[in-house]
Design a protein around this ligand. Sequence first.
Ligand code: ADE
Length: 228
Amino acid sequence: MPKIPVKLVEWNEIVEWSWGLARKIEESNYVPDVIIAIARGGYVPARLLCDFLGVENLISIQSQHWTEAAKKGERAIIKFEYVINLENARALLIDDIIDTGESVILARDYILNTWKPKELRIAALQWISPVAKIKPDYYYMEVKEWIWFQYPWTRLEDVTQFIKRIIEANYNEKKKSTWTLDEIVREFEEWYGIQVDNRYFNSAVNILVKKGIIKKINNELIYLLGKA
Ligand code: ADE
């Protein structure tokens, strides 16, 4: 059984969902002058919406809440604050997902107070309605049970964090500290119920080695805290 519910999202689904989202925006007759991507998750959907809605102006704001995949981080903050004048513009703020809603609320409030657009509406590919503190004006999919969407743009980051968690949990529960790559792949598929290309596992392991979390000896991977 997967330890957390994960849905692997493919690139073609992103195109379909963004297309569907664009149609909803169009049907509402809202014509944004500028699209604002919430970095980093909103970048790809924002770029696709520019194409599908014929919008030339694309800017971004970085509002960050989740520091690790599928794990709650600290509160949201705006990174790299800057001021622009949007007084004459209708704006559309977009993120990939509205989960707790904290990052989008923070970005919205910052934009309304500092950039002062004529109008600001919010869009997301996914809206996790039972946990979100805000309902976006537009969403492609309402998610009624919390799930981690493994988007194509966080594949390596997520795989790395998921592997790290597997290694840590096995050490804490069973004092297991030595792994083969095959064992990691099997445990990963069991925990998360998804399959990813092998190159992600190889790169993720290399990242964990670089961070000093594991070391590689011949074909074995050794959890370093486990050895301490
Ligand atoms: N970022 C915040 N919540 C998320 C979720 N449930 N899935 C993917 N990315 C997220």
